[in-house]
Design a protein around this ligand. Structure first.
Ligand code: GPK
Length: 831
C-alpha cells in the first residue's frame, strides 16, 4: 500500500496525523486515509471504505509503536520467546487495538462528528479464523499477555488462505462453506516479500565425505518452494510494546491432490473456490482428533522450517555464535503440531551449520519446551513411516538417530525392562509403523507442561507416564488463562465501567485486584447495578439472536449457555437430556412452576465427525419442537447460534447466567470458555474436570454448581464393566427422555435418524452420560432454586468475578516467563 508522505497537517494541534492521539488528529487522519488510500470522499464512501480508512488510521499508530519496539529490541538484544502454533484465533482487531492504545473515546467522537457510528465499523470486521477452538484462542490470549507484559516475543504460524469453515445450519444440519476471509483484503497485515525462505520436500539424501574428510549430508529434494512472511502487529494494553504475529504463506503452487482427502466434500468445496493449490491454502478443520494427512504434515514442516530459518537470520544479526542459539531464543511448541521442529533444528545445525551431533543436540534440547493439550489417545499425532519417509527423508534419518541414542540411554537406565524402551520409542513398532510426535517433543524439550493442575497430573499418570518416570524434573503445570482485555473490557463495557468506578483502574492488568469486589457482594445498591449490567448484555444478545436465528428470547429468563466445539466428551447431548427432561415435566404437568430458561448452544463440528454432526441435528430438532410448543412457551426456549466465533463469543459470554462445563471428568484438558463466562459473572455448572477444579477452588464451592463422577470414578466405572442400560432401567425420567428421542418425536416420526446416538448411549456410553444424568438433573434443579433468589444469585455472581483473578492469561504468561522461558520484560519508549 503506497501512501502519501504528508505526515502533519496545519491546524491539527501540531500533532502528526500519522501518530496523533487527539480527536482532531484522528478525524483528519481518517479523512486523509479515506481520500488517499481508499480514493473516496465521505459522501460516497461505503461501509468497507470507512472501515478500511479507520483501520489504516489505527495501523499507522500501531506501526509507530512497532518501529520503536524493534529499535528497542535491536539495541537490547534480549532473550526472545518464539511461540510456534499451527493455529491462532485472534478475533477482530479494531476494537481491541483502539482499547489497548487508549483512543476508543477520541475515535468514537471523531467519527461521530462525521456522522459515523464506530460500533458499526467494529461490527463489520471479519475475524481471521485461523484455528479450530481452544488451542488457537489460547495462543491469541498469550500474544495479548506477552505484549502487555512487555516480553519480547514472536508468534509464528501459517497464514491460511481459508480459515475455519463458515457454519450454516440448513434443515437443522451443519453445512460447511469456505471462509474467504481475505476477499476484501486485510488491513492489519504487512507483507514482507524480502523475508522468505526455501522449503524442501521429498527426494532423497546423499551422504558423502568432503575435502577435509568430514562426513556431510546433502538433502536432494523432489521439490522446493518458498514461504513468505506476513506480519500482524500485536499491541499490549497501555504499553508501547508491539510484538509480531508472523504467519507464513506458501508461494508457488504445488500439485496437491485435495481430492484425495475428501471429507463430506468439504475439501471439494474449498477446491472449487481456488485457482491454485498450495500448502497454506486451508486450515484442517479438526479439533482434537488427529487426521494423519500428507498435506497436514507438509503444513507443519512448512511453517516450522520458515520460522526456524527466520530465527537463525535474526540470530546472525546479533553476532552470537550459533552454538548459543538457545540463549537468544526459547521456543514453545503449542502441542505436537510443530514438534517436527526438533528434527528440523537438528538438520539446520548439522547440515547447514556443520555442528557436530552432540553440540547440535545440546542446543536443540535447550531450545524447546512442549505444551500438551489433550489426554485423548485418538488425538495424539503419529505419522506413518512411509509417508514421513517420502516427504521428509532427512528428518526421518535424524529421528532414527535421536531415537537410537535415546533408547541406549533408556536401556542403560532400565536394564531389566525391555518393554519400557518399546513404550518410550519415538517409533511405534506395531504395524504399520509410525512416528509418535509427542515422544519426539518430549525427548527434544527441556520442559513439558499440561494446561491445568488435573491435566498435568493425569499426563504424568497416563499418556506420558514413562517419560515422567524418566525425567520427573521436566514436568510442570501451567494452568491456562484468558485475556481480561478482550473478554471483559471490550466485550462487556458496562461491567468495565462499573469495575472502574468501584475499584479504579489497574485491575485490567492485575486481575487479582478484582478481590476488592468482595466487600460489595452484599450491598443492595451495588447488586442492583450488577444486575443492570447483566440485563443490558442479555438484551444485547437477544438482539443478535434475533438477527442470526429469527428467534425471540426473553432477557428475564435464565440464559443457560454451552458454547464450544461439538464433541462427545464435551457432552452437549447431556445438556439436551436435561432440556428434554424439563420438557417432559411440563408436558406431564402443564401448570408446573419452573424458572423460565433459554438454552443457548454454539459450536462447530469437524466435517467428518458423524456423531458430533448428529448432536447438532438433535439440538436443532429439539429446538424446533420446544420452541413451537405452546404448552412450554414462556418457560423453555432453545437456540443454536450458527457459526460460533471469537466475535460471537464476545456477545455471548457477558450475557450468560449459567455456563455449562460438563465434560466427562478427565477428558477436558483445561477449558478456557469456563474462565470467560466466570469473569463475566456467569455461574458454572460443571464436573471436576480441567480448570473447573481450580475455578471452583478459587470462587468457593458454595458459588459453583458441581455434579458428576470425578476422574478416578470415571476410570473405575469404565474399567469395571460399565452398563449404561442399568441406569436407563433404574431412572424413569431418563428412560422417558431416551425413549422420546428413540420414538422419532424430534424427527417428524423418523425413528432411524437419531438411532445411532441412542444406540451408542445405551450400548457403550463411553462418556458416561447415563451415569452422570441423575446428579446433573438434581444439580440443575439447584440452579433453578438459586436463581429464584436474586440476592443470593447476585452475591454468587459478584464473588465469581471477585475471585477469578488467577485465570488471567497475564498470570499464566508470567509463570511461563519465570519457570520455563527465563525471560524479562523489556519496556519500550515511543520514538
Ligand atoms: C486440545 F488437543 C487439543 C486440540 O487439538 N485442540 C484444542 O483446542 C484444547 N484443545 C483443549 O481441548 C482444551 O481443554 C484447552 O483448554 C485448550 O486446548 C487450550 O489448552
Amino acid at each position: 500500500m503506497t501512501k502519501h508522505n504528508n505526515t502533519t497537517k496545519p491546524g491539527g494541534n501540531g500533532e502528526s496525523i500519522r501518530t496523533g492521539m487527539s480527536e482532531e488528529a484522528i478525524r483528519l487522519a481518517f479523512l486523509d486515509n479515506l481520500f488517499y488510500v481508499q480514493g473516496r470522499f465521505l459522501e460516497v464512501a461505503s461501509l468497507d471504505d470507512k472501515y478500511k480508512a479507520l483501520a489504516y488510521t489505527v495501523r499507522d499508530r500501531l506501526l509507530h509503536r512497532w518501529v520503536s519496539t524493534i529499535r528497542t529490541y535491536q539495541q537490547a538484544n534480549p532473550r526472545t520467546v518464539c511461540y510456534l502454533s499451527a493455529e491462532y484465533l485472534p478475533g477482530p482487531f479494531m476494537g481491541l487495538n483502539l482499547l489497548n492504545m487508549g483512543i476508543e473515546e477520541p475515535t468514537r467522537k471523531a467519527l461521530q462528528s462525521l456522522g459515523i457510528d464506530l460500533e458499526s465499523l467494529i461490527a463489520y470486521e471479519q475475524e481471521p479464523g485461523l484455528g479450530n477452538g481452544g488451542l488457537g484462542r489460547l495462543a491469541a490470549c498469550f500474544m495479548d499477555s506477552l505484549a502487555t507484559l512487555q516480553i519480547p516475543a514472536t508468534s509464528y504460524g501459517i497464514r491460511y488462505e481459508f480459515g475455519i469453515f463458515q457454519q450454516d445450519i440448513r434443515n437443522g444440519e451443519q453445512v460447511e462453506t469456505t471462509d474467504n476471509w481475505l476477499h476484501y483484503g486485510n488491513p492489519w497485515e504487512v507483507r514482507r516479500p524480502q523475508i522468505s525462505y526455501d522449503v524442501k520436500i521429498g527426494g532423497h539424501t546423499e551422504h558423502y565425505t568432503n575435502e577435509q574428510g568430514l562426513h556431510r549430508v546433502r538433502w536432494v529434494p523432489h521439490e522446493t518452494f518458498r514461504g513468505v512472511a506476513i506480519d500482524t502487529p500485536i499491541l499490549g494494553h497501555d504499553v508501547n510494546t508491539v510484538n509480531l504475529m508472523r504467519l507464513w504463506r506458501a508461494e508457488a503452487a504445488e500439485a496437491l491432490d485435495f481430492h484425495a482427502f475428501n471429507e463430506g466434500d468439504y475439501y471439494g468445496a474449498v477446491l472449487r473456490e481456488v485457482r491454485s493449490e498450495t500448502i497454506s491454502k486451508v486450515l484442517y478443520p479438526n479439533d482434537a482428533p488427529e487426521i494423519g494427512k500428507r498435506l497436514r504434515l507438509l503444513q507443519q514442516h512448512f511453517f516450522v522450517t520458515c520460522s526456524l530459518q527466520d530465527m537463525m537470520r535474526v540470530h546472525r544479526t546479533t553476532g552470537m555464535p550459533i552454538e548459543r542459539f538457545h540463549e537468544k531464543f526459547t521456543v514453545q511448541l503449542n502441542d505436537t503440531h510443530p514438534a517436527i521442529a526438533v528434527a528440523e533444528l537438528m538438520r539446520l545445525l548439522l547440515d547447514n551449520h556443520h555442528l557436530d551431533w552432540d553440540t547440535a543436540w545440546h542446543v536443540t534440547r535447550h531450545t524447546f519446551a512442549y505444551t500438551n493439550h489433550t489426554l485423548l489417545p485418538e488425538a495424539l499425532e503419529k505419522w506413518p513411516i512411509p509417508l514421513f519417509q517420502s516427504l521428509l527423508p532427512r528428518h526421518l534419518e535424524i529421528i532414527y538417530e535421536i531415537n537410537s541414542r535415546f533408547l541406549d540411554e533408556v536401556r542403560q537406565r532400565y536394564p531389566f525392562d525391555p518393554d519400557r524402551a518399546q513404550r518410550l520409542s519415538i517409533i511405534d513398532e506395531t504395524l504399520p509403523r509410525h512416528v509418535r510426535m509427542a515422544h519426539l517433543a518430549c525427548i527434544g524439550s527441556f520442559a513439558i507442561n499440561g494446561v491445568a493442575e488435573l491435566h498435568s497430573q493425569l499426563l504424568k499418570e497416563t499418556v506420558l507416564r514413562d517419560f515422567y518416570e524418566l525425567w520427573p524434573e521436566k514436568f510442570q503445570n501451567k494452568t491456562n488463562g484468558v485475556t481480561p482485555r478482550r473478554f471483559m473490557l471490550l466485550s462487556n463495557p458496562g461491567l468495565g465501567s462499573l469495575l472502574n468506578e468501584t475499584l479504579g483502574h489497574g485491575w485490567e492488568t492485575d486481575l487479582e485486584q478484582l478481590r476488592g469486589l468482595e466487600a460489595h457482594a452484599d450491598d443492595p445498591a451495588f447488586q442492583e447495578r450488577w444486575r443492570q449490567v447483566k440485563r443490558q448484555r442479555k438484551e444485547a444478545l437477544a438482539g443478535e439472536v434475533h438477527k442470526l436465528c429469527g428467534i425471540d428470547i426473553t432477557p428475564t429468563s435464565l440464559y443457560d449457555v454451552q458454547v464450544k466445539r461439538i464433541h462427545e466428551y464435551k457432552r452437549q447431548h447431556l445438556n439436551l437430556l436435561h432440556i428434554i427432561t424439563l420438557y417432559n415435566r411440563i408436558k406431564r404437568n402443564p401448570a408446573l412452576d419452573i424458572v423460565p430458561r433459554t438454552f443457548i448452544f454454539g459450536g462447530k463440528s469437524a466435517p467428518g465427525y458423524a456423531m458430533a454432526k448428529l448432536i447438532i441435528r438433535l439440538i436443532n430438532a429439539v429446538a424446533e419442537m420446544v420452541n413451537r410448543d405452546r404448552d412450554v412457551a414462556g418457560r423453555l426456549k432453545v437456540v443454536f447460534l450458527p457459526n460460533f466465533s471469537v466475535k460471537l463469543g464476545q456477545w455471548v459470554y457477558p450475557a450468560a447466567d449459567i455456563s455449562q462445563q460438563i465434560s466427562t471428568a478427565g477428558k477436558e484438558a483445561s477449558g478456557t470458555g469456563n474462565m470467560k463466562f466466570s469473569m463475566n459473572g456467569a455461574l458454572t455448572i460443571g464436573t471436576l474436570d480441567g480448570a473447573n477444579v481450580e475455578i471452583r477452588e478459587d470462587v468457593g464451592a458454595e458459588n459453583f454448581f458441581l455434579f458428576g463422577l470425578d476422574a478416578d470414578a470415571v476410570s473405575h466405572t469404565l474399567a469395571n464393566g460399565y452398563r449404561p442400560w442399568d441406569y436407563y432401567n433404574a431412572n424413569q425420567e431418563l428412560k422417558d427422555v431416551i425413549d422420546l428421542i428413540a420414538s422419532g418425536f424430534f424427527a417428524h416420526g423418523d425413528r432411524s435418524l437419531f438411532q445411532p446416538l441412542v444406540d451408542h448411549l445405551l450400548q457403550h456410553d463411553s462418556y458416561l452420560l447415563l451415569a452422570d444424568y441423575a446428579d446433573y438433573i438434581a444439580c440443575q434443579d439447584q440452579v433453578s432454586a438459586a436463581y429464584r433468589d436474586p440476592q443470593r444469585w447476585t452475591r454468587m455472581s459478584i464473588l465469581n468475578v471477585a475471585r477469578i483473578g488467577k485465570f488471567s492469561s497475564d498470570r499464566t504468561i508470567a509463570e511461563y516467563c519465570r519457570d520455563i522461558w527465563k525471560v524479562q520484560p523489556v519496556p519500550v519508549k515511543l520514538d
